[in-house]
Design a protein around this ligand. Sequence first.
Ligand SMILES: [Zn+2]
Ligand SMILES: [Zn+2]
Ligand SMILES: [Zn+2]
Length: 165
Amino acid sequence: MPGKPRPPEIAFRKHDHRRCQRQLLSEATQLCAERKLRLTARRRQVLEALLASHQPMGAYDILAELNQSAGEEHVAPPIVYRALEFLMSEGLIHRIESRNAFISCVQPGHRCGAQFLICRDCEQVAELEGNDDGLLAEADNLGFAVDHSVVEITGVCAECQKHAG
Ligand SMILES: [Zn+2]
Ligand SMILES: [Zn+2]
Ligand SMILES: [Zn+2]
């Protein structure tokens, strides 16, 4: 059951983020069950860290977060990188190249390219769900075999513009 589509600009507005978290976590869990993938405790922790907000997190922020909640057991960087690789390869999270950071996907498992609006004031990121058909069609016309497509648009969101006075 696909979740109700969330308007992408919700990332920039005040909203009940627990609903995003619950819905995305259940979609991710379901997707792993369908694909017979193991969402291990560690992978889940990394995903949950990213689901905490609409702001991207660097690998070291995630590591710090995990080490804070892990108690006795120390989490080493390769463990986080492996979990990130897994989550990316299954389309549960994306990498924001320009920030060298990661963000949870709003449509877990989609196969098309990802497009992001990145607010440089509040640092929230909205993922646009449409696919950039125009660009991809052009690549196709040129006989170019696309294996990865990310569009990152930086600017100021409507909320931050209001507050800028
Ligand atoms: Zn939210
Ligand atoms: Zn996505
Ligand atoms: Zn903003």
